[in-house]
Design a protein around this ligand. Structure first.
Ligand code: SAM
Ligand code: SF4
Length: 347
């Protein structure tokens, strides 16, 4: 296969995606990165969208083998933020000029449909910021109630498109259900983000190619692919972390395949590589998602150890990130950064 010919294609076969992910020659990798950056510029412009994450609860009823928030991790100090704290934090985020608020938690049924609806409604009373929910797999009636209360987007990663690996990592869940949830969310009008983790135990390059193709098939609005980082007190504590280099190749290929989709330079990549955000933004990414959870909670949202910026003041760390983006010659967007695709009206 000739690299130049593949790079200039409109559509990519599975074999071509695998070929690109397997590139090892530094010159060829630079060609891939440069091309992905050009495609990003053509479809998304130079703006970088910021999404402010509030980690509202670290309770979780799931036991994903890779995650530090898993139910069986009894060494983790658990918290739930109060309604007032969540709404106040959301206000602070919009004052920073960030107009997407991501409410994230473990799968915590204690935060029920009414509680989350009340928070969404209260935030929407004070600003037109977009609200993304990242609360795991929840009931279809809950998704519907939250959409009616004003939620705009839902982030639910498929984690892996390999059915066998999915069942291994998630003893209580099935891949088919996860995909049906993603499809349902889209159907009722959410802008939907999904994605995988790179470097999960037993995952192959072929699996990652299938993850990319699944994102295309699902016609997502955002695709988030971050490296796996082993977390203490989990069954995968002694496994290797995902490779930052492979993560960059995946980011570039995602941009070539998906084109007009939001792609973040993830915190996990920035945790493994001091310049992870910059490198991600240079190879196709156009979004960053700073953690704006207030102290003391941010220290206890330990999905994986050593999360970049966890000891910082949240506002300071957001400003620091903005400066890092501007130093690349990119512009911070002060809009909501909605989907680049047509958004269907809610049912
Ligand atoms: N509970 C919700 C869910 O699972 O969708 C949202 C919170 S969960 C902590 C957010 C994401 O963290 C997951 O989708 C997963 O991809 C990522 N994650 C979990 N454990 C990780 C690890 N050890 N390394 C990197 N990312 C991880
Ligand atoms: Fe819970 Fe999400 Fe972590 Fe799984 S990935 S254990 S659902 S917080």
């Amino acid at each position: 296969m000739k690299l130049e010919e593949i790079l200039n294609k409109e559509n990519y076969s599975r074999d071509e995606i695998i070929y690109l992910l397997n590139l090892k020659n530094p010159e060829e990798m630079q060609k891939l990165y440069k091309h992905a950056d050009e495609v990003r510029k053509r479809y998304c412009g130079d703006e970088v969208h910021m999404r402010g994450i509030i980690e509202i609860s670290n309770y979780c009823e799931q036991n994903c083998l890779y995650c530090g928030l898993r139910e069986d991790n009894i060494s983790l100090e658990r918290f739930r933020m109060s309604v007032e704290e969540i709404i106040e934090t959301a206000n602070q985020i919009t004052k920073l000029g960030i107009f997407t608020i991501v409410l994230q938690s473990g799968e915590d049924s204690e935060f029920d449909a009414d509680f989350i609806s009340h928070i969404i409604f209260s935030i929407k009373q004070k600003s037109n910021a977009a609200i993304t929910l990242s609360l795991g797999e929840r009931g279809f009636d809950e998704y519907r109630a939250w959409k009616i209360a004003g939620a705009d987007r839902y982030l639910l990663k498929h984690e892996t498109s390999n059915k066998k690996l999915y069942s291994l990592y998630h003893s209580k869940q099935k891949l088919i259900d996860r995909i049906n949830h993603i499809k349902f969310l889209k159907r009722i009008g959410y802008q939907v983000g999904s994605g995988n983790m790179i470097g999960l135990p037993m995952q192959t390059i072929e699996d990652i190619a299938d993850d990319i193709l699944l994102c295309k098939e699902l016609d997502l609005d955002m695709a988030a692919f971050g490296p796996f980082i082993p977390s203490p007190n989990t069954p995968y504590h002694s496994k290797n972390a995902g490779s930052p280099e492979l993560t960059l190749k995946v980011t570039a290929v995602l941009r070539l395949v998906l084109k007009n989709v939001h792609i973040p330079a993830t915190t996990a990549l920035d945790t493994l590589d001091q310049l992870g955000r910059e490198k991600g933004l240079n190879v196709g990414a156009n979004v960053i998602m700073p953690d704006l959870t207030p102290h003391p909670y941010r220290d206890n949202y330990q999905i994986y150890p050593g999360k970049r910026g966890v000891a910082d003041d949240p506002v300071e760390s957001a400003l620091k990130l903005q400066r890092r983006v501007e130093a690349l010659g990119r512009k911070i967007s002060f809009s909501r950064g909605d989907s680049m695709k047509i958004v269907l009206p809610a049912l």
